[in-house]
Design a protein around this ligand. Structure first.
Ligand code: COA
Length: 329
């Protein structure tokens, strides 16, 4: 297959107003600013208010994308929303976003791949365009993990924040600019390292669930850490080989922002200098499927990514899922 088939055009992001600092968390659970900064690199994260639904934040991010791309909302024929914490379980998050945008000509559906949701979404979008099913695809990554985080569990509540990021995927029309390679992987046997035991059809909502907190995210942090480093380094290698590039060709590495120590370890394993790596985890924590598109948008608006820049995006999340996408912007 000759790539690029598709290019990415435009970017957008939206994060909630409210900042939750490490000092705030010190008042909620037995932790300290020092511990959180040393172990994760996080200083603060954004937490959505009742009004800041995923649909509203996504509408804001997508409006920026459409402006950047100079595309009318009625030209959008597909919306793919990567999320693990939709506003409601039915209809999908993408359906609510389609209604909010007035994207009347778009088919809309969610992709559930936790923190890898945005890169999985890009892979699906490329497939839709390659098959001739779609032409202008909005790909969104967004999560509101604060709604499924247990704020009595210090091992998880310090990590997560809310937000949304987005881009547009369309047939490549700028020579060699666009998606150069895609690598997506899953190991479902490790699903219970990072999961939500309750709330689905096996354990529908019950009083017991409220009492035992099984509605919230649970995580085996140390295990997840090891898998994250190994899997993301492996995904980077595969994406580079597939694109016929080496680490020297990477202008900007955008890793999923889960933990600063994971990012540092990843850059060592993948052989990509830290100076080429975009890091904003200190300001947002882990925003799950939103972390990569938020970082992408910041890089574009700060001029760190320019037309022709080689961007390697790499993700890891519950599932376990992981992915890497090489893009020439
Ligand atoms: N504040 C203070 N102490 C804490 C704490 C907190 N918020 N959370 C855990 N601790 C304690 C533990 O109880 C443990 O104490 P003990 O030694 O007395 O038993 C100690 O700190 C070390 O715990 P451990 O879990 O081994 O710490 P860690 O260095 O592995 O860091 C994480 C914990 C969660 C920060 C880290 O494992 C991590 O980031 N994992 C990956 C998470 C992730 O990225 N998930 C999303 C993937 S998309």
């Amino acid at each position: 297959m000759n790539r690029p088939i598709v290019e990415l055009v435009g970017s957008g992001r939206a994060v909630p107003e409210k900042v939750l600092t490490n000092a705030d968390l010190e008042r909620m659970v037995d932790t300290s600013d020092q511990w959180i900064r040393d172990r994760t690199g996080i200083r603060e994260r954004r937490i959505a208010s009742d009004d800041e639904t995923l649909a509203r934040m996504a509408q804001c991010a997508c409006t920026q994308v459409l402006e950047d791309a100079q595309v009318d909302v009625l030209e959008i024929d597909s919306i793919i929303f990567g999320t693990a914490s939709p506003d409601r379980l039915l209809p999908s998050q993408a359906c609510d976003l389609q209604a909010a945008l007035g994207a009347d000509n778009a088919a809309a559906f969610d992709v559930t791949a936790a923190c890898s949701g945005f890169l999985y979404g890009l892979a699906v979008a490329e497939g839709l365009v390659a098959a001739g099913t779609a032409t202008n695809v909005l790909v969104v990554g967004g999560d509101r993990l604060s709604r499924i985080t247990d704020y009595t569990d210090r091992a998880t509540c310090i990590l997560f924040g809310d937000g949304v990021g987005a881009t547009l995927v369309r047939p490549a029309r700028n020579g060699d600019r666009g998606i150069l390679s895609t690598y997506i992987k899953t190991d479902g046997r490790l699903g219970e390292l990072l999961w939500r035991p309750g709330g689905g059809a096996i354990h529908p909502p019950s009083e017991e669930m409220l009492a035992d907190h099984s509605y919230f995210l649970r995580m085996a942090g140390r295990e997840v850490f090891k898998h994250a480093v190994r899997s993301m380094a492996d995904a980077c290698d595969h994406a580079l080989i597939q694109a016929g590039l080496t680490t020297n060709d990477v202008d900007v590495l955008i890793p999923h922002q889960a933990n600063l120590r994971i990012i540092e370890s990843l850059t060592k394993h993948a052989g990509i200098p830290l100076e080429k790596t975009y890091i904003n985890i200190d300001r947002y924590g882990n925003t799950s499927a939103a972390s990569i598109p938020i970082a992408l948008d910041e890089c574009v608006r700060e001029g760190r990514i320019k037309p022709g820049s080689n961007i390697l995006m790499v993700a890891f999340g519950g599932g376990l899922t992981w992915a890497a996408t090489m893009v020439r912007w």
